[in-house]
Design a protein around this ligand. Structure first.
Ligand code: PMP
Ligand code: GLN
Length: 459
């Protein structure tokens, strides 16, 4: 299909050619034809859709332009544990010059050993570091290899809404067909709404499974709701996976950020689920170093083998010094888990985040919004519909109301959040009244956010 712009330029050039006649006109017509051929050939392949900017690309630009207080993208704005950065320093200055060269493609030996040790303990099953663990460039690449290593054209993939936004484009680009099911609030509680008020409808879920279903992607704790799936909920999913012979991708990047009394349950520990579960983790979340872009997948060797094939052909190997430094971090924390649990970062991160979460829930409620108190992760969704009259969204042109609200707030009030319809596909209407804020931020930033919302209410 030719674009309207191109057709009109061809028409213009052709009619000019007819008017002027002669050689010059002929060369104009040839140029138009060449431009047309280039536009045709140099298009983004259809498997990437229309090539819209992701919510991250768009909102990082909004943050830069508006200079609003940024509670959007999820990353800590304060330093990671000192020993983690010191580990990287020591690796960079190490006499072992080979740490500057390529390491083993499927994962640096020291890091896969550390991860196998950690998860063998947590899963109560012996993991082989060489066949059960794959190191990737962030959890993003683990998702990419898991999806591309298993999805063929026409395979169906069940995705629970809200979902981390890259799941859908990755599935589509692999030729898969995403089938969506939203978490729904079954009944609104009297007090504070929490993330466990949002659940899957068992019949709706069962109705999505069929012979074409290849994968289901579960994210617990969930981004953006902070929902921590209960044993019963995971069991319901697991039973359907077993009944329909489906692989479960369990995105557990927020595994250490689960607030009491909830606890994190790993899908791979459910009966007969190890054989069909790919679990994904991220050092970015685990050690508060999102810029180090180190992720991993663990699971049975036959399934990981498919992922290794994809990995070897897209990135082949991740950075050696970063992997070595993260391995040192894990070695320290694995030791602390047994010998010094009070100082183990896997546990203390929750103590650090719980007051931030509680403070944010409080000031959001005081501002007139209705926060959904998260039981995991470091994001809060808040229903802003009760304070909509304080905004003039007519100045914003986006299709979805939450995008208009997020941009209006950044420009006019100076507070930036992420519009959660970005985490939905088939049921975007369920998310338009929400905004997502990130609370792994310095206390003084959270206080500033509280002040901003207080002022907004008073004005
Ligand atoms: N999954 C979820 C649920 C996430 O929130 C993120 C965001 N970081 C990722 C995967 C990707 O993680 P990474 O930065 O390690 O690629
Ligand atoms: N996971 C982070 C978030 O949800 C970062 C996402 C990103 O930068 N792509 O905010």
């Amino acid at each position: 299909m030719l674009s309207t712009r191109l057709i009109s330029s061809i028409l213009k050039l052709t009619s000019a050619a007819i008017r002027r006649g002669g050689k010059r006109a002929m060369s104009d017509a040839c140029a138009a034809e060449a431009a047309c051929a280039m536009e045709e050939k140099f298009q983004l392949p259809k498997r990437y859709g229309k090539g819209e900017k992701s919510v991250w690309v768009e909102f990082i630009e909004v943050a830069a332009k508006t200079k609003a207080l940024n509670l959007g993208q999820g990353f800590p704005d304060y330093p990671p544990p000192k020993y983690v950065t010191e580990a990287l320093q020591s690796v960079a200055c190490s006499d072992n010059h080979l740490l500057n060269q390529y390491t083993r493609g499927y994962g640096h030996p020291r890091l896969v050993n550390a991860l196998a040790k950690l998860y063998s303990k947590l899963l109560n099953r012996e993991l082989d570091p060489l066949t059960n663990v794959l190191i990737t460039i962030g959890a993003y690449e683990a998702l990419f290899t898991a999806i591309n290593g298993h999805v063929s054209k026409g395979d169906e993939v069940i995705i629970i809404e809200p979902f981390f936004d890259c799941y859908e484009p990755m599935v589509r680009a692999a030729g898969g067909i995403p089938r969506f099911i939203p978490l729904r609030m079954l009944s609104e509680p009297e007090g504070m709404i929490t993330s466990s008020d949002f659940c899957l409808d068992p019949d709706e879920l069962e109705g999505l499974f069929n012979d074409k279903t290849k994968l289901i992607i579960v994210n617990t704790p969930n981004n953006p709701f902070g929902k921590v799936f209960s044993y019963e909920e995971l069991e319901m999913i697991a039973n359907l996976c077993k009944k329909w012979n489906v692989i479960c991708i369990s995105d557990e990047v927020y595994e250490w950020m689960v607030y009491k009394p909830k606890c994190h349950i790993r899908m791979a520990t459910l009966p007969d689920m190890w054989e069909r579960t790919i679990t994904i983790g991220s050092a970015g979340k685990t050690f508060s170093v999102t810029g180090w872009k180190t992720g991993w997948a663990y699971g049975p060797s036959n399934i990981l083998e498919n992922m290794r094939v994809v990995h070897q052909n897209v990135v082949y190997v991740h950075s050696t010094p970063i992997q070595e430094a993260i391995a040192l971090g894990f070695e320290k924390e694995i030791d602390r888990m047994d010998n010094d649990p009070e100082n183990c970062f896997f546990y203390t991160i929750v103590d650090e985040l719980t007051p931030k979460r509680d403070f944010m829930c409080k000031f959001l409620a005081e501002s007139g919004m209705k926060p959904v108190c998260p039981e995991g992760g470091y994001f809060i969704l808040a229903d802003w519909s009760p304070i909509e009259s304080q905004m003039d969204l007519s100045t914003e042109k986006d299709k979805f109301k939450d995008y208009r609200m997020a941009k209006w707030m950044a420009k006019n009030v100076g507070l930036l959040g992420i519009p959660p319809t970005a985490f939905y596909s088939a049921h975007k209407e369920l998310a338009e009244k929400y905004i997502r804020y990130c609370f792994i931020k310095e206390d003084k930033k959270l206080k500033q956010a509280a002040e901003i919302l207080k002022k907004m209410k008073q004005s």
